[in-house]
Every structure is written in structure tokens, then in C-alpha cells.
Write a new protein. Sequence first.
Length: 604
Amino acid sequence: MNEKFPGIKDLSWWPQATRRLSRREILALAAASTLARGQGVSTRGVKPTPRGKPSGIPFLAHFTDIAAQAGLTAPTVYGGLTKKNYIIETVGCGVAFLDYDNDGWLDILVLCGTRMEGAPPGATNRLYKNNRDGTFADVTEKAGLVHTGWASAVTVGDYNNDDFDDLFITYYGQNVLYRNNGNGTFTDVTADAGLLQKQTLWGSGCTFVDYDRDGHLDLFVGNYLTLDLKTIPKPGENANCNWKGIPVNCGPRGLPPAKNYLYHNNGDGTFKDVSEGSGVWKTMGSYAMTAVAADIDGDGLTDLYVACDSTPSLLYINKGNGTFKEEGLERGVALSEDGMEQAGMGIGIGDYDLDGKIDLFKTHFSDDTDGLYHDDGSGNFSDVTLRSGFGVETRYISWGTGIVDLDNDGWPDIFVVTGSVYPEVAAKLPQYPLESPRLVFRNLGNGKFEELIEEAGPGVSTPHCSRGCAFGDFDNDGDVDMVIINMNEPPSLLRNDVKGDRNWLKVLLVGTKSNRSAIGSSITARYGGKAQIQPVTAQSSFYSVNDRRIHFGLGKYLSADLEIRWTNGAIEKIPNVKANQLVTVKEGHGVIKAEKWDKPKKVV
């Protein structure tokens, strides 16, 4: 029994329980004492705040789902349709925009699951090659990527620096590393790379990260929880297997947390497990989901932020000596503003207020708000969810998300996809539907956001049960499109058609001394007296990967001054870069290529 907190019998899972506790940590421990009394998923049961008067400002972005016309027709199979007996059936998977063949056009990797009774025909991950005309060709079999199982997350990066992006995919079971052969095919090199597991794990969020700045991409792998399908309780069997009084699958509360792993890239195609020595194993007790690698505290070293379900989220601060220290509580990104755990699922990362500092957005369960964290300087954050306008929406379970400029006005917006995990609840309580709309929070430029649904087009307002979401410009027309995972139906491909004559700029970084993918680098664009920073990441949203060509909406401005902070700490400045083009910047060489795009023919 703990003397300070008699209601909490076991603090062995809490990584910092042995030292003097801050007020924020005391709130977290108090919240932890309620784990045994509620349902299996953390939700604060908050009521939405009143909606203000609509701004009346026209929203110039418009989203249309063209997946069927584009050839994305295979469903993402994932668990039962009307009933889900196990939590493995509910979580779903991610999706990636990537240019696997280096032709300058984004291709799409769609992950897939299976069913408890076995995989139906066609249940596999799928790679779609961009035909450059608004359509895609399924090249999965040709590429060597046919694989059946409970896929979770994907990270994309050039781990061997051969100029072609490789893939790492987590599973319930054995994770897989695919080496890109450079000829349109991939090879499973998991065993050769030293990444075979000795036991069954449930891999969750993962990301390539060059944490020691040696120019080789290392690998962080989260694990959601320890799942034994033979011993897990049945729906309704205990308090963690009920929601709103309805028996549902059990967890994550009541199920054992799992360890997260860090693998060091040896530079010869193999990886070494450094989880213990790096300090990653000191953080037991959280259910890890999406992972993001970026320089969160602005010291030039790449950190790791991990959204965690129904437990405090984790912020691994890179100490520069091969080790990390978990500082999520101290820095304000582990809990809600009132010190409560939330069902952390997806992560958006960007700079919504144009102050040159990285902000974070985290998605949560229904009857709760998603959370916006503002960087107050040096990587310390304040929860500004309510004052920014996000308290108006508490209806849906939120997953994939991004801080992205959807209408090219120069102010990054926030996009969220939603979908329930309980078809049994949806059948009895219509206020908790299985399928729900996507959400656009339009940035008003004054620290406030305005929720839009119907105003953003049918691609947003049409309900789906969604999970992963990736952001990128698949048709090379200067705006941000989206590809979205839908459970047990084909994905959505949302084409963005931005009206007007607003300007934009895209930047692709190529590392030389830094890793070739430039993961961990950041770009600051200065325009109109403001500074917007964006990091180059290898995972965010929910289990997903965005276009690595960084997109800046510029509004009325015709140029921007760029400052690049490479992963190894070097700073490169490029002034007066003209708008409405993609520029490729090679480390130490400046702009090596500039491309202006013609408007492509749209798919009707």
C-alpha cells in the first residue's frame, strides 16, 4: 500500500513514483486510482461547450471522395461486422502516402487486417501505384507485398540510404521490415535485419528516427498491450468489458501493458536492440499507440512523442548521449488540462499559430474533447483545447488527424477522422453510431478554430467508420488531399479542390550527412511577418505516414524565406523562394530542383 496515495495499491508500473511528485503527477496518480471502477476505455464524460456564432468566412477547400473512380476498391478487412468479441478487432490500422518508385507522384500503401475465424479472400495490405492521371494501379503482388494478418501501423524511410524508401509494418504477431529493391519490388528482410521477435507482441505505433544523428535511421516500435486470446475475459465479464451498460470487448484497462522497443541501426542493414540502455524500458504502464519522431523541445535532437490509450501519453526527450528521459507530465502533454487520462489515439504535429514552435494535437474517445497543446517555448506545453474552440465537439471517437493548411490561406487547420469501436453499442444507442463524419477545424488566425462538416464537402460529411489518415498531394496540384482507412470497406481518397488564387510552396529535403529521408529535420517558412515550422516525420496521424514533401499554404504571399534545421543540427537558410512550386533541397547544396506543376485533369 502506498502511504501518500492509499487508494493506489501498486505503483510499480509508474515510471517516476520514487521521486518527489509534481501537482500534475499527483493528478495523474489520482486518475490512475479509478482504473478498476469504470469501463475499459478512458473518457472524461465531458459535455460539449456552446457553439459560437459562425464566422461567415467562406471555406475555399472542398473535398470529394474519388476512391472508387481512382481504383481504390478493395476493402480493409478488420474484425467482425456486427459484433467484436476481442479488442484486436476494434483498433484498425494505418495508411501511407509514399513515392516508392521515385517518379515524383505519390503512391498509396493501404494496410489490412483479418477476422477471428480466418482471413477472407483478398484480405491483404495493398500497394497502389499512381498512374499520374487521377487513378491508381494495384501492384501489390508484383511488388511482393501480399501479406495477411492483423496489421497495425506503418513507417516509411530509407533505412539503408540507397535512395529508395523502405517500409516497416507492425502487427499483432511478427512485425515486418521490407527493403525497397529499387525496381518496383520489396524484399522481407526482417530476419536478416535482426528484427525477429521471440514472443507474440502487439506492435502499435512505430517510426524511423535518427536519434543519435549518425545519418542512419533507427527504429522505435511501440506495443499496445499484452494480449492472450486464450485467457482474455469475454464481453461483459467485468467492469472493463462494459460500456454504457452494454457488454463489449474487454480493454485496454484490465489488460497488461507492454514494453516499447528502440532499435539502433548498425549501418550495415542490421539493427541492435537498445531498448534497455536507452531508457525506453523505464516507461512501463502506458498503452502505446501512434508515435511521432521530431525535435519537440527545439534543442536540435529528435525526440519521441507517443499517444497512449487510457493512460498518460509519453514524451521521450532525447538527452544526446544515446538515452531518453520520459518527461510527458512535466512538459504538459501526458494528460488533459484537468489532469485526467484520455484515450490517446492519433497525433497531429505542426505550428497552428505561426510562432515558429511545434504544437501538438491528440485525438480521443467519445464523450471527451480532442486535445490541442500549445508550445509555450523550449518544449513546454499548455492545454489550450477549450480556449481554442475544440470543446464544441465530443460526440465521436477520433483517430487519424493532422495540422495541415487545407485551404492555402497560410494558417494550418486541423482535420480529424472518426469512427466507433462498438457495433453492439451503435445498435442500441443511436447517439453513438458506428459510422460518423470527418471533422474540419478551420483556423481563424486568432488562436481560435471553427468546426466545419457539411461546408467542407461530401468527402467530409459522409459518415464512415475510419481509422488511419494520411495527408499529401496525390494529384500534384498544389493542395493537400487525404487517403483514409475505413473499417470493412474500401478506403476514401479525398481530392481537395481549393478555389481562388491563394499561393503555396512545397519543400522536399534530401539528406547527405543526415539520413537521406531527412526524418527529424524541420523547415521554418517565413512569410508575412510570421514563421511556420514543420517537421519531417515518418509517422503521425493514426498509425500513418504523410507525404514527405512539406506543404506550406502562403495565402496572398508570393514567396517565403526558408530555414532548414537538418537532423544532424546543421542550419541552412534559403531566402526568397518563389511560391507555387516544389523545391528539392539537398543538404549542403541548396535548391537542386524546382518544379512548377500544370493543373492535372481531374477525375469526375
